[in-house]
Design a binder for this molecule. Structure first.
Ligand SMILES: O=P(O)(O)OC[C@H]1O[C@H](O)[C@H](O)[C@@H](O)[C@@H]1O
Length: 288
């Protein structure tokens, strides 16, 4: 295939590549980091500081195949999160992660790169994604209702945050927050101490504040910020769950925690005709 982005339109440090046959992507080279973006899914797959470890986990068994979601990086769940609200035949987490996005803009600054993507319209809904790559990551998903009726949108920036060993990692900042436990179907409150993981976890936490993923194994923290989100989804399949996920190695679960800026469950947003909503997540690597 010919690449949808002409190389002459790209600033220095950005290359148009094929990640797999029919799967266009962009790579970014900056003195401070490298990054890889798949236009399939509008999905950032990698962001690695120079000389450091990757910020994001990408499964070595991830499939880059039409119709399949890519396991890792930052999948975009849109315009619904989880199962479709009315139609069980629709794909989990919406259509954006299996759609080919188009590039609207790529620019370079001293700090890094700014990229804007657009997804194919879904009925009367439009989505655009802006990414600021460097010094950290700032990713924003804007939904716009082009129709004449109000539409409900749920969404998530489903970040797979890489850790040296999930068994020694902890997440702080959500202490005491109420959450919906999707595995048991119950509502509970998180403990008042930093959250440590000992089993499969799938929680929609009603909390909007910043949090931090502490990773003693790699001697680093990931600072996680969000805006226009009142729900943070935290997911690990743990060992048992990972064994049932074909595109994840058996020990892959130890190497990431998903901390997702979301509009999930009761935090879905009703967009009036002409209305828009921007969900945003910021990620920054810090020393411990
Ligand atoms: O396997 P996927 O469709 O990518 O979903 C992976 C996970 O995503 C979210 O975190 C959901 O809360 C989980 O219920 C789901 O299992």
């Amino acid at each position: 295939m010919s690449h949808p982005v002409h190389p002459d339109l790209l600033p220095a440090g950005v290359r148009a590549i094929e990640l797999a046959p029919g799967m266009p992507g962009l790579t970014f080279h900056h003195p401070a980091f490298t990054a890889t973006l798949s236009l399939y899914g509008g999905q950032l797959l990698d962001f690695t500081p120079t000389g450091g470890r990757p910020l994001l986990y990408l499964s070595p068994l991830a499939r880059l195949e039409a119709g399949k979601a890519i396991r890792g990086g930052i999948p975009v769940c849109w315009p619904w999160f989880g199962p479709h609200p009315h139609d069980p035949s629709q794909p989990q987490h919406g259509v954006a992660r299996t759609a080919l996005w188009t590039v609207s803009a790529v620019a370079r600054s001293d700090d890094g790169f700014h990229v804007k993507l657009a997804a194919p319209h879904h009925a009367e809904l439009e989505a655009s994604l802006t990414l600021q790559l460097g010094p950290g990551l700032d990713i924003a998903l804007t939904s716009r209702n082009l129709g004449n009726e109000p539409v409900s949108v749920s969404a998530a920036l489903h970040s797979y945050l890489a850790v040296g060993d999930l068994r020694t990692a902890s997440l702080s900042g959500l202490e005491g927050a109420p959450y919906h436990d999707k595995l048991s179907g119950t509502v509970a409150k998180l403990p008042l101490q930093a959250w440590q993981f000992r089993a499969a976890t799938d929680a929609v936490v009603q909390h909007a504040g910043p949090c931090q993923l502490h990773d003693p194994h790699w001697e680093r923290r990931i600072a996680i910020g969000s805006s226009s989100s009142a729900s943070t989804v935290v997911w690990t399949p743990w060992q048992q769950g990972a064994a049932n996920i074909a595109d994840l190695p058996d020990d892959g679960w130890q190497q990431f925690l998903c901390v997702e800026a979301a509009n999930a469950g009761s935090d879905a947003r009703l967009l009036p005709p002409g209305g828009s909503h921007t969900l945003r997540q910021q990620l920054q690597l810090l020393a411990l």
